[in-house]
Design a protein around this ligand. Structure first.
Ligand SMILES: [Zn+2]
Length: 473
């Protein structure tokens, strides 16, 4: 197989910056050398002067080709369009979810979905199965156990809210206990489902149903309560815990306090909770529907407080929760954001963002001094790889790792827009945001997949491979 030398660039890892040249061979980082060490090697020589070399982005929270729980619609991005968008934005690994439709066993759903992903993904992928709401009464935990043992499934997700998905505390306890036995990391969607249902019913009764009212149906207290409860339950059975998409600063504080008290707890937030805000969509009608996700995009003051929790290390990883719908339902399309008819309870939840994760975090985080470039690499690549059993194959440019490399141009300037993005959604929550710093080139296992934010011609559908992950918690 071909050899590539990336020379004159600076490698960035969470530990620091290193002036080393990289020799890539057979899809892996073969060796590091001093400047010029590989100049006589028979290889494609790529000059990376003025560029940073980052381990490929790892987004452990995407929903591609995702059918909503009711079955009424599906996200607009499939495994192909979603991973093309990822590759263009510097993300070379995704971990998506498996939700078993009613009447289908979770392991059967896993195999069906893996097959669909194998046929379409252009970057590598793994899956977190969602624990069915029926898990306390059927054989779901036995099936999940088998999946973890046979297929390298290192994490399971539990929903603490939403009819049809929400599990009881008893199921959380049982699931956390089995997970701990297997070294599986349990993840929680932490909102108190009863509080959300109550708040939403109150809004509906009061006639407050405009799109932006969605925020008020998801109080920060319901998120903080669920984080606290999950942390207490996990400790009760000796389990680790990962909290996905923390949106409320109050919920992040719960993570910080439980960790300080000795809990093995990790947390993710998403760029939309940091770089977008309620003020941007309040009263905005259909565009507000475009901002509906759960937990919600909260007020700017909350985003500021959440940034503090990113800066101080409470937040460990940045995922996107990419779950994309278009604003407008075109002919022949499944219902999109406009299907809510102006009423927030009818709007499919989720925002696109898999492509913008790195550029938004760099501009809003690194350039503002909230995080260093080293921490940025940790948040978007190394920490998610380590937490979810993908390291040292992913999340690092150490010798032996997959040659997933982002050649980062710190001076590149772009204006984000729906027109330029590769998601099939017709809007962006970052519309007209000016960013500085972007991927100039992205390699996945040594193969060039995107240049200047565009996919390379001939990028092969289905070149992405399924990743077996290590159970280590
Ligand atoms: Zn999600």
């Amino acid at each position: 197989m071909s050899q590539i030398v990336l020379h004159s660039g600076q490698v960035v890892s969470p530990e620091g910056r290193f002036d080393v040249d990289l020799l890539i061979k057979d899809g892996r980082v073969h060796s590091h050398g001093q400047r010029g060490a590989f100049k006589n090697v028979d290889a494609e020589q790529i000059d990376c002067a003025g560029r940073l070399l980052l381990p490929g982005g790892v987004d452990t929270h995407t929903h591609l080709e995702h059918r909503v729980a009711s079955g009424a619609t599906r996200t607009i991005d499939d495994f192909h369009s979603g991973t093309v968008a990822a590759a263009c934005g510097g993300t070379t690994t995704i971990v998506d979810f498996v939700r078993a439709p009613a009447g289908t066993a979770v392991d059967e759903a896993f195999y069906t979905r893996r097959e669909a992903a194998e046929a379409a993904c252009v970057v590598d992928f793994g899956f977190h199965p969602i624990v069915p709401a029926t898990a306390g009464e059927d054989d779901s935990f036995a099936r999940l156990r088998r999946l973890s043992e046979d297929e390298g499934v290192a994490s399971w997700k539990f929903f603490m809210a939403y009819p049809g998905s929400m599990v009881s505390d008893a199921v959380l306890l049982e699931g956390f206990r089995v997970a701990a036995e297997l070294g599986v990391l349990p993840m929680v969607h932490a909102e108190n489902g009863h509080m959300v249902a109550d708040a939403v019913a109150g809004l509906v009764a009061a006639g407050r149903t405009a799109e932006h009212e969605h925020l008020h149906g998801h109080p920060a207290s319901s998120e903080a309560e669920a984080v606290n409860r999950a942390a207490v339950l996990a400790q009760h059975v000796g389990s680790s815990l990962f909290v996905v998409h923390v949106s409320a600063a109050d919920a992040a504080r719960q993570v910080r306090e439980h960790r300080a008290a000795g809990a093995r707890i990790w947390a993710e937030t998403c760029p939309q909770y940091l770089a977008s805000s309620y003020e941007q969509y309040e009263g905005a009608g259909l565009l507000a529907a475009g901002h509906i996700c759960s937990p919600p995009i909260r007020e700017a003051a909350n985003a500021e407080a959440l940034w503090t929790e990113v800066s101080n290390g409470t937040i460990d990883t940045i995922g996107t929760d990419h779950a994309s719908f278009a604003l407008h339902t075109g002919p022949g399309m499944l219902p999109q954001k406009d299907s809510g008819g102006g009423v927030f309870t009818g709007v499919p939840n989720g925002v696109p963002g898999v492509e913008e994760r790195l550029v938004v975090m760099h501009t809003a985080g690194v350039l503002t001094g909230r995080i260093t470039m080293e921490r940025f690499v940790d948040l978007v690549s190394t920490a998610p790889a380590k937490t979810f059993g993908l390291h040292p194959r992913k999340g690092t440019l150490a010798v032996g790792a997959d040659a997933d490399v982002v050649v980062w141009d710190p001076a590149a300037e772009r204006v984000l827009s729906a027109a330029a993005q590769h998601s099939l959604a017709d809007y962006s929550v970052y519309e007209q945001m000016h960013v500085t710093g972007a991927p100039a080139a992205v390699y996945s296992r040594g193969e060039l997949v995107s240049v200047d934010g565009e996919p390379v011609p001939g990028l092969r559908r289905g070149r992405g491979t399924y990743l077996h992950r290590a159970r280590q918690h």
